[in-house]
Every structure is written in structure tokens, then in C-alpha cells.
Design a protein around this ligand. Structure first.
Ligand SMILES: CC(C)(COP(=O)(O)OP(=O)(O)OC[C@H]1O[C@@H](n2cnc3c(N)ncnc32)[C@H](O)[C@@H]1OP(=O)(O)O)[C@@H](O)C(=O)NCCC(=O)NCCS
Length: 198
């Protein structure tokens, strides 16, 4: 088995949706949770690669895309970009669900209608990221390497800090972020905000 990191290529876009779904259940496969397999990737993966492809790295296992890190250098600017160029389009495809609909699809569609809203408490960490590896690429140091390369790129761009959010139920990822040098900067009911100054 040969594992490597390479830059994102536009032909990877479909893989981003797949990997996002296959890690959407607190790090485990979320395929059974969603009727529409595109929804979760349309929020947490694809728009970043479309808007800022230079910040997306792909992990391949025997040349097959099997993980990624992606994000934005400026969360406020990205929220504005997504409003104009991404969510406005998707809202026509996904009308707001009924109030009594508590499905995972309905929650994702509500997020599409809300758009991104950067947390004011995280403003001193203007960049943010998402990282997801399929099981074949986990636990071998590739996550740490992705974080290091992503942070190096942000430093080249002159970015002063980066944050991310992780669900409290994803205990593996919570431990990972502490091990790779992030500090807890925000605690909400169901998720923790981590930050790192650069
Ligand atoms: C979380 C994730 C990105 C970590 O990447 P990884 O390649 O598996 O982790 P690494 O092998 O680089 O580990 C780096 C460090 O974190 C620790 N770590 C990683 N995963 C861990 C886990 N599940 N439990 C405890 N520690 C963990 C490692 O022990 C290692 O510590 P050390 O270098 O100090 O010995 C990856 O497992 C993953 O994508 N999981 C599924 C999707 C997910 O949960 N994404 C995050 C959503 S917020």
C-alpha cells in the first residue's frame, strides 16, 4: 500500500463529497444517516476546494483519493463568498424542510439556508480548516503531516491564526487536535473550538 500527499486537482471534487460523507458520523461512516449523499459535502468540503483550491491537499492510497485537508485563509471573507456563490444556488435546489422534520438531511438543509456565520470569539484565528481521512489512511501520521503542511501554507500567506470545530462525540479527533498543537478556545454544548496562533 502506497500513501502520499499531493495538491488538490479539480477531478478530486467528487471524492471530497464521498470522503466527507464516509467520516460524517463523528469520524465514522455517515452514509446511512443521509438520504441525499451530497448534502454534507456541500457544506463541509466542496465549497472550500472550489473557493480556495490552493489550500486543499489530498491523501492518496494507491493513487485513490482517501483523505483531505481543506479550509479558508479568512473565515469572514469565505462566508461572504459562500453566500454569493454557493448557498444562494443550493437554496433553490433544497427548499427549507418542514419544522417537524428532524432528519439529518433536514438539519443539513437548514445549515445551507443559514449560511456560515464565523464565531466572533474565534476572530483572532481568522483561518479555519476541515480534515478527514478514510480508515486506510488513519493512524499512520498522515493527519499530522496534513496539518503541518496546511499551517506552513497559511504562514506563507501571512495568516495569523487558524481554528476548527470538533463534535464532542468525536473523541479520537478531540485527542488528535491536542496532540498536534491546538488549544481549546471555545466550548459549546455539543462541540469544541480549537485554535492555533501562527
Ligand atoms: C482525526 C484524524 C484527522 C487524525 O489523523 P490520523 O492520521 O489518524 O492521526 P495521526 O496518525 O497523524 O496522529 C497524530 C497524533 O494524534 C493522535 N491521535 C490520532 N488519532 C487519535 C485517536 N483516535 N485517539 C487518540 N489519539 C489519536 C496520535 O496518537 C498521534 O499522537 P502522537 O504523534 O503524539 O503520538 C483522522 O483519524 C480522521 O480523519 N478521522 C476520521 C474523520 C475525523 O474525525 N475528522 C475530524 C473531524 S473534526
Amino acid at each position: 500500500m502506497s500513501i502520499a500527499i499531493r495538491p488538490y486537482h479539480p477531478s478530486d471534487l467528487y471524492s471530497l463529497y464521498q470522503i466527507c460523507l464516509k467520516t460524517a458520523n463523528s469520524g465514522q461512516d455517515g452514509s446511512h444517516l443521509y438520504r441525499d449523499p451530497e448534502l454534507i459535502g456541500a457544506i463541509f468540503a466542496a465549497p472550500y476546494a472550489v473557493a480556495e483550491p490552493d489550500l486543499c491537499l489530498i491523501v492518496t492510497v494507491d493513487e485513490v483519493p482517501s483523505g483531505y485537508i481543506l479550509g479558508t485563509r479568512d473565515s469572514a471573507a469565505f462566508a461572504t463568498w459562500a453566500e454569493l456563490n454557493w448557498f444562494s444556488h443550493l437554496r433553490r435546489r433544497y427548499p427549507l424542510p418542514a419544522e417537524g422534520d428532524h432528519s439529518f438531511d433536514a438539519a443539513a438543509i437548514r445549515s445551507i439556508h443559514e449560511g456560515y456565520s464565523p464565531e466572533p470569539q474565534l476572530a483572532s484565528y481568522p483561518a479555519h480548516l476541515h480534515i478527514d481521512l478514510l480508515p486506510a489512511a488513519q493512524g499512520q501520521g498522515w493527519g499530522r503531516r496534513l496539518i503541518e503542511q496546511f499551517l506552513a501554507r497559511l504562514r506563507e500567506l501571512g495568516v495569523c491564526g487558524v481554528h476548527l470545530g470538533v463534535g464532542k462525540a468525536n473523541s479520537g479527533a478531540v485527542q488528535f487536535y491536542s496532540r498536534v498543537g491546538f488549544q481549546r478556545v471555545l466550548e459549546a454544548d455539543s462541540w469544541i473550538g480549537y485554535g492555533r496562533l501562527l
